[in-house]
Design a protein around this ligand. Structure first.
Ligand code: FAD
Length: 409
């Protein structure tokens, strides 16, 4: 019978394997992962798990039993080093080979490394951290102690979530952001200003417009972050969160089309009909936006893995979903939907001073995107406003005395 192999046992890979069985795939299903762990949730790594408020066991997406029941063979700590498309075979780093009939690539991404003169030396220091894996966060957790000086490079979601967790544990926290404001790539200036204020009120030293020039290394320890303006930030530990590089090398070396992610169609199929791809490593067409994009989010990993699984099993399923994302910092639950690019106006609903408000990004009478803070009801309604292109007025959105769902058909 046929063998399906999935490369990468992250959120996309693990869910793809289970979905493939549920879709009726009768042959072997092999789930190969470079990490030792069963697929786990990464979002808590910078949130509840870093803060110490959830157990490690709660991170697993499913227990071993679930893979056994679906007859999915999970093999951890193995790295696929080559895809031989002509012979439909994989080469593993240990030299062994595996034949596939259908293949799925769900290799995710790795942290973008800091590009400074001392980067290579600093990476050998135990107190310089990136945050992508459970093993990364175990090392960070072991070094979080009250009074320690933590320098965070990057004021994106991961940097800010780490800041919130660490300040709550009594560290002295500084965030260095190169752009003029935090979260600049993903939110409006109003939201950035709000989050900068919340972090400063909590005691985090937020420094924007600061370029990191180098890391000062003394012996086998990073001792400071050196900035382009000549300032020196002494630190006991450094966490770098400056973005992700998609793991596309395997696909590119195999001659698959790659352009900021492995190119897939609306069926999650690559340029080789036997090979599918899902999750952070892909670049897919989005019907709603009318263009291709690469997303780094759990909802995307989930949806794409289901689409890939259905099509691998011979069923036609099309990817059509609105991007959404969330971030937890302090008591603030931020949920975002849509993509704001090209928006003309921002409309606020509710007062940021109450820590419960939403911001809508409009073009004409359509909502392109929304950021909601501690407003689950607004989020649910906003998802439909965006997905269905429902016409609204600024006044309707801003009127906090009436529930948003009244605007839905
Ligand atoms: P990954 O989870 O990266 O899994 C890919 C797996 O493939 C890895 O385990 C890797 O080791 C393995 N692999 C790679 N190459 C090979 C190879 N050659 N051979 C074998 N195995 C290989 N998303 C949200 O929606 N909301 C959040 O709040 C949020 N917070 C986050 C916080 C943190 C700290 C991080 C790191 C991510 C967060 N994300 C969040 C993003 C989310 O976790 C990712 O979008 C999601 O994990 C993507 O899943 P994936 O399976 O595509 O990739």
């Amino acid at each position: 019978s046929s063998t399906a192999i999935i490369i990468g046992a992250g959120h996309a890979g693990g869910e793809l394997a289970i979905a493939l069985r549920n879709e009726g795939w009768e042959g072997r299903i092999l789930l190969l992962g470079e990490e030792a762990h069963l697929p786990y949730h990464r979002p808590p790594l910078s949130k509840a798990y870093l803060a110490g408020s959830v157990e490690k066991s709660s991170l697993s997406i499913r227990p071993q039993m679930a893979y056994d029941k679906a007859n999915v063979e999970f093999i951890g700590s193995v790295r696929v080093s080559r895809i031989d498309r002509a012979n439909q075979r994989l080469e593993l780093a240990d030299g062994s080979q595996l034949a596939y009939d259908k293949l799925a690539i769900a290799t995710g991404g790795r942290p973008r490394p800091l590009s400074v003169p001392n980067a290579a030396v600093a990476e050998r220091c135990a107190n310089l951290h990136y945050l992508r894996t459970l093993d990364d966060v175990e090392q960070i957790r072991a070094q979080l102690a009250p009074g320690k000086r933590l320098a965070i490079v990057g004021g994106g979601y991961i940097g800010l979530e780490v800041a919130a967790s660490a300040i709550a544990q009594g560290l002295q926290v500084t965030v260095l952001e190169a752009l003029p404001r935090v979260l600049q790539r993903v939110t409006a200036a109003e939201l950035s200003a709000y989050y900068e204020r919340k972090h400063r009120e909590a005691g985090v030293d937020i420094r924007t417009g600061v370029q990191v020039a180098d890391l000062e290394v003394t012996g086998d320890t990073v001792t400071a972050v050196l900035c382009a303006d000549g300032s020196r930030l002494a630190a006991d530990l450094v966490v770098v969160g400056i973005g992700l590089l998609a793991n596309t090398e395997l696909a590119a070396e195999a001659g698959l089309q790659v352009d900021n992610g492995i190119l897939v169609d609306e069926h999650a199929q690559t340029s080789d009909p036997h090979i599918y791809a899902a999750g952070d490593c892909t670049n897919h067409p989005n019907a709603l936006l009318g263009r291709r994009l690469r997303l780094e989010s759990v909802p995307n990993a989930l949806e794409q893995s289901r689409v890939a699984a259905a099509n691998m099993a011979g069923k036609a399923k099309t990817y059509a979903s609105v991007p959404w994302f969330w971030s937890d910092q302090y008591e603030l639950k931020l949920k975002m939907v849509g993509l704001a690019e090209g928006f003309e106006r921002l409309v606020l609903r509710g007062d940021p001073a109450t820590d419960s408000f939403s911001a809508f990004y409009l073009k004409g009478d359509k909502v392109l995107a929304a950021d909601t803070v501690n407003r689950p009801q607004d989020f649910i309604a906003a998802k439909r406003l965006v997905a269905e292109g429902i016409a609204v007025t600024d006044a309707q959105l801003a009127d906090d005395s009436r529930p948003l769902k009244e605007l839905l058909p």
